[in-house]
Design a binder for this molecule. Sequence first.
Ligand SMILES: Nc1ncnc2c1ncn2[C@@H]1O[C@H](COP(=O)(O)OP(=O)(O)OP(=O)(O)O)[C@@H](O)[C@H]1O
Ligand SMILES: [Mg+2]
Length: 317
Amino acid sequence: MFQKNLEDLQSVTKELLDKLESAGFSTVESLSWLTPEELSEKIKIDLEIAKKIITEAISKIDQKPISAADLLVKEEKRLKISTGSTELDNLLGGGIFTGEITEVSGEFATGKTQLCFQLCINVQLPPEQGGLEGGVYYIDTEGTFSSTRIVQIAQSNGLKPLKFLNNIAVTRTYNSDHLTFLIMNVEKIIKERNIKLFIIDSIASHFRAEYVGEDRLVSRQQAVMRLAETMKQLIERFDIAIVVTNQVIATMDDSLFDKSPHPALGFAWAHRPHQRILLRKGRDQARIARMYDSSRLPDRECVFFVTEKGISDKAKK
Ligand SMILES: Nc1ncnc2c1ncn2[C@@H]1O[C@H](COP(=O)(O)OP(=O)(O)OP(=O)(O)O)[C@@H](O)[C@H]1O
Ligand SMILES: [Mg+2]
């Protein structure tokens, strides 16, 4: 998609341009995702000026409708990354798709992070081996990223680990503002490092820790919706795959029929992922994945295994 430069905006003076660039904004699109309040706060300018810039930025974005036939062509061009398990790939309609947000939720130790590690390797493989020859950007909100484990998975699959490690850019986040800032300013890294897979492990932890109590629910929902909107724009503009892990919470509401654990972050988030899989533990290395709420695939389940070699169709020592 054609990108517009900040110089195209009449409301952006030379002085403002410098401020915007040093805050990491490089295109009109990146501004259009912000609220005037956010921009005003970010680059310390008057709210009225921020409003003018955002309004002009939005008006410059190409909003022409696209025909369903063209959309089909676009959808058919989507690429996929193998998960390492044929069963899980089939459940997902072939693997993890570019142009989509895939949510992986489940209780602790169900294999969410292990699946992310496997994808970090698989996305780098050539297409005939289930990859896209692309890089990974990994946002680690829980401090559980492990290069050692990536090495173990690579080596046990006969791959040289260093090349794989070099193509994974990792950032550890400290709070939801930091996470939001990174996601809003990720385009440079996507372009520079040929990123095809963007992982956020997990989306929920900061929000759940910081936005405590009923009175903060609305502002949490708004913050989550803004992040989800930004992710949507990223997958469309760069044709990358986004994988987001999510924690689950127990249902307290007695009036609900289904009381099984469900993903955190409520309705603000629930409709955003294109694919949602919920993992649960089976015996030993076995894990059950349930696919649900997909706009293009039926609800169903499959079994896969988390082994020393990574994600697999078979249990291994
Ligand atoms: N080196 C390894 N060899 C075999 N299995 C492993 C190895 N490392 C982790 N696992 C398996 O993966 C499980 C942990 O899974 P993972 O780290 O993906 O959990 P998670 O779903 O991300 O949980 P959390 O919500 O706590 O982040 C372990 O309990 C173990 O079964
Ligand atoms: Mg984890």
